[in-house]
Write a protein that binds this ligand. Structure first.
Ligand SMILES: CC(C)(COP(=O)(O)OP(=O)(O)OC[C@H]1O[C@@H](n2cnc3c(N)ncnc32)[C@H](O)[C@@H]1OP(=O)(O)O)[C@@H](O)C(=O)NCCC(=O)NCCS
Length: 117
């Protein structure tokens, strides 16, 4: 019942400075879940950062987030990106590992934040 048939991808914003950056939103056709993929470039090529993965409470544990993440991975592969990164809480590392993500020793092992408000 919770499985996704259609994932809608939309591009919300494009900035030109300091380099191309895009914000893609992946949503299922019934708007039960969503995620954002921030697309950036460096000297190695384009890459994505997954942000704001959110599924409405009543539709959780039905595979919706997994389907959206798989779609974001597939799109990233098709676009030729060389990596996708994300930060998550400790208890979600198993969830992301099942989808193919792994802790990277040279990557962002700590999510650092400064609250400004
Ligand atoms: C995390 C979240 C996106 C998962 O969405 P979902 O559609 O329920 O995910 P799926 O159905 O594809 O996968 C569910 C799996 O994630 C696991 N999971 C979900 N939340 C979890 C948590 N807080 N801690 C550990 N595992 C969790 C479930 O146990 C389940 O595991 P299983 O497949 O081994 O049974 C959803 O619970 C959510 O929106 N949470 C609040 C926002 C959030 O934490 N976002 C993640 C930011 S990195």
């Amino acid at each position: 019942m919770g499985k996704i048939n259609t994932v809608i991808m939309s591009e919300n914003k494009i900035y030109r400075s300091p380099s191309w950056a895009r914000l893609w939103t992946f949503t299922d056709s019934e708007s039960r879940g969503r995620l954002e993929l921030v697309v950036l470039q460096n000297k190695k090529g384009s890459y994505g950062i997954i942000e704001n993965v959110l599924v409405k409470e009543e539709f959780r544990n039905q595979g919706i987030a997994s389907s959206l993440i798989k779609e974001a991975i597939e799109t990233s592969k098709q676009k030729g990106f060389y990596k996708i990164t994300l930060t998550c809480a400790d208890d979600l590392t198993y969830f992301y590992a099942k989808l193919g993500f792994a802790w990277h020793p040279l990557g962002q092992s700590h999510c650092m934040r400064m609250n400004l408000k």
